[in-house]
Design a protein around this ligand. Structure first.
Ligand SMILES: Cc1ncc(C[n+]2csc(CCOP(=O)(O)OP(=O)(O)O)c2C)c(N)n1
Ligand SMILES: [Mg+2]
Length: 803
């Protein structure tokens, strides 16, 4: 664990005097930004602040080793790094603190994320990729501690693929022969999270160019590191990962956060090693400080001792950097004071510009609203109230948009009995603002580019009597084979996906045919399988990450929810990661191999598409649609469908299945039965039994839960049958309730219903093992028949007498 870099070259050979003084300027600018940022929060100009003070020097060193094409995946302390790269101006920094919704003012998130959440924009406005090799790239940060790690693994793994998979060499917009390093940062306390350890292990196994820096300030909010980490030192704990002459592993370095020379050397060495040899490196940066405590939510004087607070002052990295510059004779105290004063003035100027820009927009809206409300007062019976509301709004100090819009909405209520051109103008203005505010706060949950999955051209499957009858898994195998042959960006990986071609053999033989970099086994690590997918998709590749069974999605769900599903939204279309999660679920056997937790998925994965194909022919068409789009999705195949016979379409690999378009599997006139996935066959079977009793059921397969019935097929059916049941294998109140809500809220069916709309879900518990367990846990054809018959009995007891 000694710093081999120190034997290499002296820092002064790496860094000129001018550069050191520039570094000092960046450090103090960043520090002043932190200090002023905190004040802005206390003055009520921003809601919350978390800053990078105490971490400046290491980040400057990291920026020196960072090259165009590289990626960062880090956390909220990294402002100095972003500033040192030139990827964050002080003005942008304050724009984010104020939550400026303008993407030019706040390019990371357009005001959607708290301060300290950094991101560069990988996409042009039309959703096409920029040349990522010409940029300094930062993946879009998220707040959960350590959640930057799984994606970091994927960002690094992409370099591995670009270097090793020769089929990717033409994609020069994304990589230069895999020379890109993925740089991670994480706080010391956050290394306690499972995903940190999972990512470290996976990076060691995969030998990817990843440099992970741990900013160790001894605390995680109020809790000191002895409570977080065995032996109080993460690098000690990870010693077993250290590579040796004979065994691959990590290079582990330890360095102090105030030691400029050692930091520059460490990061330089780490960058070279990772870039040239694809060796993962861990840099434990100790003795960092928090001059202002954790965040604006509290003061560290509450939990740090006087000695600790004094130590933090004495070992402040900027103080030490100053001492270093003076003792080495690079500049005098006065020179540095001058730089410091200039930096302070510059930060103040940019802060004020950010505020003027941010508040100016709102003030303009406020002025317009005040004028419009005043105009409505004349001739209104509510004149006094309206004028008072306008006055109060006009007088507000540091108004926010809510003040303006809320006053306008209240005014419109006051004006409910009026009709005047002035009221009309106010209402028009409000409608226009509504649209703008939708764009500001609610756009880009899904792709708004031409690559949206909803815009993919429809190409039907060509199936006729000459199409061979094959096992369902062979349909997928043919699809994957075709796609592997035709799209070099496409690759699949997961547990048992490689050598045996997944546990149900949809990739059987495809590793042998297309190579290990295309069809790849991984260790058992769902969370980082997802992260590996996200990171590689962020770098222009088209991964299918496999989660072996739907029941194990929970291990990766957090990354899907926090990171992938929110990506387009939180960057307002600045980044995309079109990752496809392939998994299999619904009924088969028992508590952990038969789950159908679709409600869980629907609640947590807004921002992704959720496909629930009833068979493999539909699944292959959905995969095609998704691969033609730029959106992330999950496809839940039917676990019991791989050995069922289907006809292999002539145009496998080319036909698409449109998302959001239900299919009527059987027409009927008495009742509509809505379902999806494995339940399609069961409901279809029940409908045939019902037919024999004189009940004509229409069976609809929704095909995708997100998006849900964009064609209004279910509503149309209900208008014909006047009755509906939503059936599935999820728990009561799960996806069946979701389907009911979607139809009631969006399809105007209430007045067409002659019977109460109902759901037919599984039991609330997980399915018991064995065929009997299934029969008594999940809806069977008998349950469907019984439920429908009961409903028809209520409608017409003479025709359908009680059983
Ligand atoms: C999953 C999760 N749990 C808890 C939190 C709340 N939280 C935010 S920062 C933090 C402490 C992190 O400490 P450390 O990793 O040492 O970073 P530092 O802030 O000290 O730089 C905690 C507990 C969170 N953001 N995410
Ligand atoms: Mg810490």
């Amino acid at each position: 664990m000694t710093l081999k870099a120190q034997e290499k070259e002296s820092t002064l050979a790496l860094v000129s005097k001018e550069e050191i003084l520039r570094d000092f300027r960046v450090a103090v600018e960043s520090r002043h930004a932190s200090l002023m940022g905190r004040k802005e929060v206390f003055m009520g100009k921003a809601k919350f602040g978390i800053f990078g003070d105490g971490k400046e020097l290491a980040q400057i060193a990291m920026a020196k080793a960072f090259r165009k094409g590289d990626f960062r995946s880090g956390y909220y302390r990294d402002q100095t790094f972003m500033m040192a790269l030139g990827e964050l101006t002080v003005q942008q920094y304050f724009a984010q603190l104020y939550a400026h919704t303008n993407v030019e003012a706040e390019p990371a998130s357009a005001g959607r994320l708290m301060n300290g959440h950094f991101a560069t924009r990988s996409l042009n406005e039309d959703g096409t990729w920029k040349n990522l090799t010409e940029m300094y790239n930062s993946a879009a940060d998220i707040s959960p501690t350590a959640a930057q790690m799984p994606k970091l693994l994927g960002l690094a793994y992409a370099s591995k693929l670009f270097r090793e998979n020769k089929g990717l060499q033409e994609l020069t917009q994304f990589s230069n022969n895999g020379n890109e390093v993925a740089w991670g940062t994480i706080g010391n306390a956050s290394t306690s999270e499972g995903m940190f350890f999972e990512s470290i292990n996976a990076a060691g196994v995969l030998q990817v160019p990843m440099v992970i820096s741990i900013w160790d300030d001894g605390y995680g909010i109020s809790v000191p590191k002895e409570y977080h980490t065995t032996k109080g030192s993460i690098s000690e704990v990870l010693m077993g990962f250290q590579r040796t002459e004979n065994e691959k592993g990590f290079e582990i370095l330890k360095v102090n956060g105030w030691d400029y020379e050692a930091l520059v050397q460490a990061f330089d060495y780490a960058g070279e090693l990772a870039r040239n040899e694809h060796v993962p490196v861990l840099i434990h940066v100790e003795e960092m400080t928090q001059p202002q405590g954790h965040s604006t939510s509290g003061s560290h004087e509450r939990y740090k001792s006087a000695e600790r607070l004094k130590w933090e002052k004495d070992w402040d990295c900027i103080k030490k950097f100053r001492e270093y510059i003076i003792t080495t004779g690079l500049a005098s105290e006065e020179d540095l004071d001058k730089i410091d004063a200039e930096a302070k003035a510059e930060v103040k100027k940019q802060k004020e510009a950010a505020w003027a820009d941010f508040s100016g927009e709102i003030k303009k809206e406020l002025q317009e609203a005040v004028t419009l409300i005043r105009n409505t007062a004349e001739g209104s019976s509510q004149k006094a109230n309206l004028l008072q509301m306008a006055e109060e709004l006009a007088k507000s100090i540091n108004p926010i948009r809510k003040d303006v819009i809320s006053t306008v909405r209240k005014s419109l209520f006051l004006l409910r009995n009026d009709s005047s051109p002035a009221k009309e103008s106010l209402r028009n203005w409000y409608e226009n603002q509504k649209e703008q505010n939708h764009d500001r706060y609610s756009s880009h949950l899904y792709s708004e580019s031409d690559f949206s999955a909803l815009k993919v051209a429809q190409k039907p499957a060509k199936v006729d009597d000459s199409s061979p009858l094959v096992d369902g898994r062979e349909i997928l195998q043919a699809f994957f084979d075709y796609t592997l042959s035709n799209d070099p960006r496409f690759f699949a990986f997961g547990e048992d996906v490689g050598k045996i071609g997944d546990v149900n053999q949809a990739f059987a033989g495809l590793q042998a045919k297309h190579g290990e970099w295309r069809v790849t086994d991984t260790s058992i690590r769902e969370c980082t399988i997802v992260g590996q997918g996200i990171g590689t998709a962020l770098r222009g590749l088209r991964p299918i990450a496999e989660i072996q069974y739907l029941d194990y999605l929970l291990y990766g769900l957090q990354m899907l929810s926090d990171d992938l599903a929110s990506l387009q939204y939180r960057t307002k279309g600045g980044q995309k990661a079109p990752l496809i999660i392939r998994t299999r679920g619904h009924r088969l056997e028992g508590v952990w191999h038969a789950g159908s937790p679709m409600g869980m998925i629907l609640s947590t994965l807004r921002g992704m598409h959720v496909c629930v194909p009833r068979d493999m022919t539909q699944a292959a068409g959905m995969y095609k649609t998704l691969l033609e789009s730029d959106e992330p999705a999950i496809v839940v195949e039917c676990l019991n469908g791989y050995r069922l016979k289907e006809r292999l379409p002539h145009n496998i690999g080319q036909y698409t299945v449109p998302l959001g378009q239900p299919e009527i599997l059987k027409e009927g006139s008495d009742i509509t039965l809505v379902t999806y996935g494995s339940m399609c066959r069961i409901v279809f079977e029940a409908a045939q039994e019902l037919e024999e009793m004189g009940i004509s059921a229409e069976v609809i397969d929704v095909q995708t839960l997100l998006p849900f019935d964009l064609t209004g097929t279910i509503g149309e059916s209900i208008r014909k049958t006047n009755r509906v049941i939503f059936a599935d294998e999820d728990v009561p109140g799960g996806a069946s309730a979701f389907m009911l809500q979607q139809v009631m809220d969006h399809q105007d069916v209430f007045r067409y219903l002659d019977s109460e709309p109902q759901t037919l879900p599984a039991k609330a518990h997980r399915p018991a093992y064995s065929s009997d367990g299934d029969y008594f846990s999940k809806p069977s054809a008998d349950d469907v028949v019984e439920k429908v018959y009961q409903l028809m009995h209520e409608v017409d007891p003479n025709r359908f007498p009680e059983l």
